[in-house]
Design a protein around this ligand. Structure first.
Ligand code: SAM
Length: 252
């Protein structure tokens, strides 16, 4: 039986705090300080289309994983939480590599803004990359969407192992000051977002299981959040965030 392909129309575009895939939480709501704006595209940018949505604290966003590499899908996936060693069926995972690259996230709806013809939904607790195309929005309905007796197999914790990542996250005095100033100027909870992102230990599994030794040269990692590049390294004392710079937009 041949099935006619179905074409989806993007109804909006995400402007996310996450400018690259590295470091994005694995699921929505793991980093409540992660914010995004969903700007509706014409002809869907009509006030009637969101009438009543403001009554809901949380919404479902269906979106396209537009930045996956390659079109191929495989019937099995190695979920990172299983250390990349075990394979599971693609439909038993929330992997981005699927026959149709569709994502689904429940996020907090902070506000709906209307500016001229622009309609923008302010969201938090997001797990989307910047410029993600959105194909649908639906209200989160606790009576239908909370399933108290659901079982969840291998995905019983938000983190890879049974205990969340335990290393303390340390900010240098300059970084701490930068975060305070940045939040005062922009309202963005930068220190919290860095904490919530690094708590999930975004390193590849093979580095995560390797303890840092005292005499080792620091191995630096970086992430872009909003208009900033943030750098950190792992030490025996914990994760040290030691540098924040504004992204040079001339080079973007
Ligand atoms: N909550 C969604 C779901 O369950 O369908 C997404 C889960 S998926 C495991 C989350 C990951 O998708 C993020 O950590 C990020 O690396 C990746 N991601 C987010 N937006 C993306 C995009 N537009 N294109 C490709 N990958 C994306």
């Amino acid at each position: 039986m041949s099935i006619t392909p179905i074409y989806l129309k993007p109804i909006g575009i995400i402007h996310s705090c996450f400018k690259q895939k590295f470091g994005i939480p694995r699921q929505s709501r793991l980093a409540p300080a992660a914010t995004a704006e969903l700007v509706l595209l014409p002809p869907y940018n009509r006030a009637e289309a969101v009438k009543g949505l403001e009554q809901f604290s949380h919404i479902w966003i269906s979106f396209i994983f537009h930045q996956i590499q390659g079109d191929d899908w495989l019937p099995t996936i190695r979920p990172p939480r299983l250390g990349g060693k075990q394979r599971l069926g693609v439909f038993a995972t929330r992997s981005t590599h699927r026959p149709n690259p569709l994502g689904l996230s429940a996020v907090k709806l902070e506000e709906i803004c209307f500016q001229g013809s622009e309609i923008c939904l302010k969201l938090s607790g997001v797990d989307f990359l910047d410029k993600t195309p959105v194909v649908d929005i639906k209200p989160y309905l606790p009576y239908a969407d909370i399933i108290t007796d659901a079982t969840y197999g291998y995905a019983d914790q938000p983190f890879d192992d049974q205990s969340p990542h335990k290393l303390p996250i340390l900010f240098t005095a300059d970084v701490q000051q930068f975060c305070t100033n940045y939040q005062a100027q922009t309202g963005r909870a930068l220190a919290q977002l860095i904490q919530q992102t690094l708590t999930q230990d975004p390193r590849p599994a093979y580095l995560r299981n390797k303890p840092v030794s005292k005499n080792e040269q620091p191995r630096y990692h970086g992430i872009s959040l909003w208009d900033l590049n943030i750098r950190w390294y792992y030490s025996t004392a914990g994760i040290v965030v030691d540098d924040i710079q504004f992204i040079n937009t001339n080079n973007v």
